[in-house]
Design a binder for this molecule. Structure first.
Ligand code: RTP
Ligand code: MG
Length: 157
């Protein structure tokens, strides 16, 4: 059983408001094409309170209030992605925070292709497994049982 050697990992992905109208379908298709299972998803407009809490580690940054305004300005798609090495692989798919850098170092990445600037950069991804667990339970509640069921349903022969 291959899954014994390549244990599943989960990450939180967000399609940010700037990418929802034009690029949501492309991004979701690409996620599936790269072997992620979408274990949970919901479209939601974040309140200021939720956006502030979600990005609380940036509270002291000069861009914090712009970031919160941006994240609340329209719907986001929140996704729990499951596969081996999900955290790192989703970050690689996103590319660097700044799309100018992304265009240089990873032109195939989502941010290289879809992001307008360092703030309006199309997608979010957890940067560690611990952050993923924290943000998934913040956004979705405790989903361990559901995720297991979804996984089993899709992959058991
Ligand atoms: P994210 O958390 O959204 O996946 O992005 P990230 O790890 O690549 O970058 P992070 O440093 O965590 O920043 C969070 C988000 O804040 C906005 N930002 N604006 N104006 C600026 O200099 C600036 N820097 C960061 C971006 O929306 C970034 O994704
Ligand atoms: Mg981050």
């Amino acid at each position: 059983e291959l899954n014994f050697f390549f244990p599943k990992q989960q990450t939180l992905a967000v399609i940010k408001p700037d990418a929802m109208e034009e690029h949501r379908e492309d991004i979701m298709e690409e996620i599936r094409g790269r072997g992620f299972s979408i274990s949970q998803l919901k479209e939601t407009v974040l309140s200021r309170e939720v956006a502030e809490e979600f990005y609380k580690e940036h509270k002291e940054k000069p861009f914090f209030s712009q970031l919160v305004d941006f994240m609340c300005r329209g719907p986001c798609m929140m996704l729990v992605l499951t596969k081996e090495n999900a955290v790192e692989d989703w970050r690689a798919m996103m590319g660097p925070t700044d799309p100018d850098k992304a265009k240089e170092t990873s032109p195939q990445s989502l941010r290289a292709r879809f992001a307008a600037d360092i703030l309006h950069n199309s997608v979010h991804g957890s940067s560690t497994e611990q952050q993923a667990e924290e943000k998934i339970s913040f956004i979705f509640g405790d989903i361990s049982t559901d995720a297991e069921l979804t996984f089993t349903g899709k992959h058991t022969m």
